[in-house]
Design a protein around this ligand. Structure first.
Ligand SMILES: CC(=O)SCCNC(=O)CCNC(=O)[C@H](O)C(C)(C)COP(=O)(O)OP(=O)(O)OC[C@H]1O[C@@H](n2cnc3c(N)ncnc32)[C@H](O)[C@@H]1OP(=O)(O)O
Ligand SMILES: CC(C)C(=O)C(=O)O
Ligand SMILES: [Mg+2]
Length: 560
């Protein structure tokens, strides 16, 4: 039996004063990428120096200005990487590199060796503060744990005095989510005081969900509580560093922003320890989808995916928010129908505002314009097939025709699975455009009789066609070419028919454009109906082809 009793609920504080539920995200936070540190430390094959350099440059291109580049005291690669950035003058003046170190003097010393020559650096110190870690990892009292952090701060401060560049201190009470809040406040305050943070020279206090342990609202309560209990709040930049153990890293971060966080540390696509750090791109795109400037250059997601997969050697999941191959694709009929109508309404209304059901953003805005938003399988419906015919091939099928054509496509998808746009077009050709047996239209001559006749009909047509390959012709009159051809065909076939509907449109714009015509035809004897389609550079010829196509589809071409 599942032994859930081995697990305990994380304590939740009573906090009815919370204000965050009434707030909205208004602007982007200060972003900090930790891809090169937290992300990298969780890779099966951590990045080599050249990959780190490539990733660093790309993060700058994306718009990150705070970039945690590693843990230089931990390994030679990390150290050398930073040295290369400095020696090759690759750190722009407005970028703050961030380096992580434990609160141990030899590591802090080595970290300062690594940052020599940097103009501005965030030195990030941490120690674990949770009840569990104090007990089983450190075996220390609260005061002893505070002493580690305070001592670490002093070691950084001493070295910062003589450092030619600017040192910003960041402190993280690691395992904050498992730490009693009063203790978290005490330790952060002790560091803040020891550092001597001011409004002009603030400290970054980073409250991580090192391990995500509760629902996002509890994290938000904790952040708001800390935010409202800090003394000299203006001397603190309040940062969050969420992980994603419960799969709610993004939600936790967004609620934390409501609760007062000003800065977010995370990674591209949520790489990082276990289930990852929070995916900063996901949050940025969420903001973008709400009309908020994400303050990151996230308009070329394909490029970002390519670099990420190459450097991290981890594929982006096809369902990953915004980035996955399938996230802008609808297979199911009702979604396709709504997308089809939504896109059409946008065009008709010439709308500046993006409003398409099931597509929270326009894929083209983030560089995904070449991917199909509709793919056809057995779950698809008529709207999807019509959408493919329109967007890929320019055929705007009359609404009444959607069902008829979709049925033939569904018969294929039920046998083979997905049906490609080319296959759909091929089927359209076979079913409509090339339905040339038994009767096949060849030539048309139209005479305008207006003024020459007293009859109600003012158009005479002469049609040459083949019937089972044998050339024939007929002449007929009617109140327009389509009517005349229909009357002529009735005569030669010996069958009453009625044109129920007629539609036409240009297929491409320009002088040599083709036109498509659609005829909805009723066989009056049997009551059966079908559509016929014709294409020609001449609209009248297109219509006549459409009538022949419909007659052949009804199977009445040889009745006489
Ligand atoms: C949540 C996070 O992501 S935190 C960052 C984690 N990242 C990494 O650890 C990646 C890089 N780390 C490393 O390569 C190694 O841990 C090193 C090189 C930094 C240090 O290596 P080592 O000293 O050999 O080992 P280790 O990290 O296990 O050190 C454990 C000791 O440091 C102490 N310690 C751990 N964290 C801290 C800290 N933040 N501040 C001070 N002391 C600490 C432990 O209590 C333990 O002490 P003990 O030896 O008296 O028991
Ligand atoms: C070092 C700290 C901020 C960390 O990575 C974490 O707590 O997850
Ligand atoms: Mg982390």
């Amino acid at each position: 039996m599942l032994n859930y009793k081995r697990y305990q609920r994380s304590p939740v504080m009573v906090y009815p004063e919370r204000k965050w539920p009434g707030k909205e995200i208004q602007k982007a936070p200060l972003w900090c990428s930790v891809d090169l540190r937290d992300g990298n430390q969780a890779l099966i094959d951590p990045m080599v120096v050249e990959e780190k350099i490539e990733m660093f440059q790309y993060l700058i291109k994306l718009g990150f200005r705070d970039i945690e580049i590693g843990f230089p005291a931990a390994s030679q690669i990390e150290f050398d990487f930073l040295r290369q950035l400095v020696d090759r003058k690759m750190i722009p003046d407005d970028v703050r590199v961030q380096v992580l170190t434990q609160c141990r003097e030899e590591q802090i010393e080595r970290t300062f060796e690594a940052i020599a020559g940097c103009k501005q650096v965030i030195v990030h110190i941490y120690n674990s503060t949770s009840t569990l870690q104090r007990d089983v990892v450190f075996g220390m009292s609260r005061d002893e744990i505070i002493e580690i952090a305070v001592q670490g701060t002093k070691w950084v401060k001493e070295r910062a005095k003589n450092f030619p560049g600017k040192i910003i201190l960041e402190y993280s009470p690691e395992s904050f989510t498992g730490t009693e809040l009063d203790f978290a406040l005490d330790i952060c305050t002790a560091v803040q005081r020891t550092w001597g943070a001011t409004k002009e020279e603030p400290i970054i206090i980073n409250l991580p969900s090192t391990v995500e342990m509760t629902t996002p609202n509890v994290y938000a309560d904790r952040i708001e509580w800390m935010d409202s209990h800090f003394k000299n709040r203006e001397s603190i930049i309040l940062s969050v560093h969420p992980h994603n153990d419960r799969g709610t890293g993004v939600a936790s971060t967004e609620l934390a922003l409501l609760a007062g966080a000003e800065r977010v540390e995370g990674t591209l696509f949520g790489n990082g320890e276990r289930t990852g750090n929070v995916d900063v791109l996901n949050i940025a795109y969420n903001m973008f989808s709400q009309g908020i400037d994400p303050e990151l250059n996230v308009d070329k997601i394909g490029e970002t995916i390519e670099l990420y997969e190459r450097c991290c050697k981890i594929p982006v999941h096809p369902r990953h928010p915004y980035a996955g191959k399938l996230v802008f694709t609808a297979f199911s009929g009702s979604h396709q129908d709504a997308i089809n109508k939504g896109v059409k309404a946008m065009k008709e209304r010439n709308s500046e505002i993006w409003q398409v059901p099931y597509l929270p953003i326009d894929p083209a805005d983030i560089g995904r314009e070449y991917e199909p938003i509709v793919r056809i399988n057995s779950q698809s419906g008529k709207g999807g097939v019509a959408f493919v015919m329109d967007t890929y091939f320019g055929f705007k099928l009359p609404k009444g025709m959607h069902k008829e054509f979709a049925k033939t496509i569904q018969a294929i998808s039920e046998k083979q699975g997905e049906v490609s746009p080319d296959q759909i077009m091929e089927q359209f050709r076979q079913e409509y455009l090339e339905k040339k047996e038994p009767i096949h239209f060849r030539k048309l001559k139209v005479d305008d009789l207006s003024g020459e006749t007293t009859s109600e009909f003012d158009t005479r047509v002469m049609v040459i066609y083949t019937d089972h390959g044998v050339e024939k012709f007929f002449e007929a009159i009617g109140n327009g070419p389509i009517d005349a051809v229909k009357r002529g065909l009735q005569e030669v076939i010996g069958e009453e028919m009625k044109i129920l509907d007629y539609e036409e449109h240009a297929l491409q714009s320009g002088s040599n454009s083709q036109a498509a015509a659609y005829i909805h035809l009723l066989d009056s004897d049997t009551g059966t109906v079908t559509y016929g389609v014709g294409v020609s550079s001449n609209i009248t010829r297109a219509s006549v082809r459409a009538i022949f196509s419909a007659v052949n589809r009804l199977g009445i071409g040889t009745k006489k």
